[in-house]
Design a protein around this ligand. Sequence first.
Ligand SMILES: Cc1cc2nc3c(=O)[nH]c(=O)nc-3n(C[C@H](O)[C@H](O)[C@H](O)COP(=O)(O)OP(=O)(O)OC[C@H]3O[C@@H](n4cnc5c(N)ncnc54)[C@H](O)[C@@H]3O)c2cc1C
Length: 453
Amino acid sequence: MNLKTSHSSNAQDPQIDERFQRPEPSTPSEHERWCYGDDVEVSEPENEEELIDIIENSAGKGQTLIPTGLGHHAYLGPPPEGKILLVSTSRMNSIVQYEPEDFTIGVQAGVSLRHFIQELATNDQELALDLDPQRDGTIGGLVAANWHGPRRHQHGLLRSLIIGLSGVRANGVRFKSGGMVVKNVAGYDLGKLLVGSLGTLGVITQINFKLRQRSEVVSMGLGFFKDPEDAFAFAQEFAYNSVEPAILEVFNPEAVAGFKKECSSSHSKDWPSEWGVVWKLEGNESSVETQEREIEALKKNRSASASGFESLETEDLSAVSRYLTQFSEPDDPFRQDLALLRFSLPARNTRQLCRDVGRIQKDSKLLSEGQLFSPLSGMSVIRLRGDRPALKAGLTSYRELAKEASAQGKVLFVGKDLRREQTYSLRADPNRALAEKIQKVFDPKQCLHRSRL
Ligand SMILES: Cc1cc2nc3c(=O)[nH]c(=O)nc-3n(C[C@H](O)[C@H](O)[C@H](O)COP(=O)(O)OP(=O)(O)OC[C@H]3O[C@@H](n4cnc5c(N)ncnc54)[C@H](O)[C@@H]3O)c2cc1C
């Protein structure tokens, strides 16, 4: 039986990474200077009026405006040419309205993730994403990056959790859609366009979310397999049964070795560095127990092909969850030898993607820092290590793969030396023409950072 744990509020004092902090107000952080250049300027409006003034004053000065929170993802996509003005939301950082009984909250874009998570924890509530309570970042940055963690197939993408959104377009015109009621948008929901817009359409100033109660019980298990085909076959069984895991992921051996390092229980040291399948169950006591019984039967069916199964102890459960959440982030954004790719394709094609990734890996001089495949959501993340020529050649192979597999793919991270040469999307976006038309409406004078489009 898997070990169960109740949610505990995260009382650890997280370490602040100084490289992302502005040394003084309106000065760039070390990371922003590294990504955008030493002469990057920062403005920090306190409200929408000041924001509109900044946008209007910058018109005709040839500056590229980049909306920003704390700039953690300043590395996304190729940097713009010319003079840059960062428009930071760091002073728009209030919780505007929190209605725990209605499970809704409205926050300004500059509210920090930690503050947000802590506030919700007071009522044992959460946004149904896998936010890491130990990281810096803003809610505006989260929405503009449209990030989602491993629970996405169960709770949906970030877009479906937003009930209202407002902001200012690049031409200084305000926009607003939705409100504080869970179902209130009639017609086309304009606000949803801003989710994942990466600052290319305007500055988001406020977002309203629907929330959920945190689960009473969480349990997590692991299976180990020598052959990836067996790992996928086992994971596939979850989809054919009535088990509804909050998380189900297949890991390659390097990724298994990666999370083993994070685990502290004595027997985690003996886990084999093979292909791994990890699942997480959430719910109340009885629903989790029912699902655990079904998983016991799945394990029995596959016991011949598996090297073993494990239930995670509380400390390992937190470590593996954190490892999973952070998998699509560079451990150090100043690294030059790392590339991080994300693929998204129909869930049934994940296994084939895994085979193709294995073939590219074998033919290249790249080392794997981990691969993660989600057989229920079709999302996969590949971490690659190599010198500049190896990364460049590898990225070309992965672009061809994205094209052949008709997969959506993004270069989530690549070292600064290669960034200028790499587009953010792995293959030409079939909706590019439409995206450009929308961008022209929001930003007619083209003063925003368009290379993230
Ligand atoms: C590759 C990647 C990995 C991630 N990994 C994790 C993780 O491991 N754990 C976790 O909890 N979260 C993760 N996230 C989500 C992350 O928490 C949020 O992206 C975070 O809040 C970033 O905040 P920031 O203020 O540093 O954003 P920034 O880096 O400042 O901005 C990110 C992007 O959004 C745009 N932007 C920022 N604010 C606004 C705004 N107000 N209006 C319009 N555009 C805006 C910027 O121009 C930029 O393109 C990840 C996101 C990405 C993209």
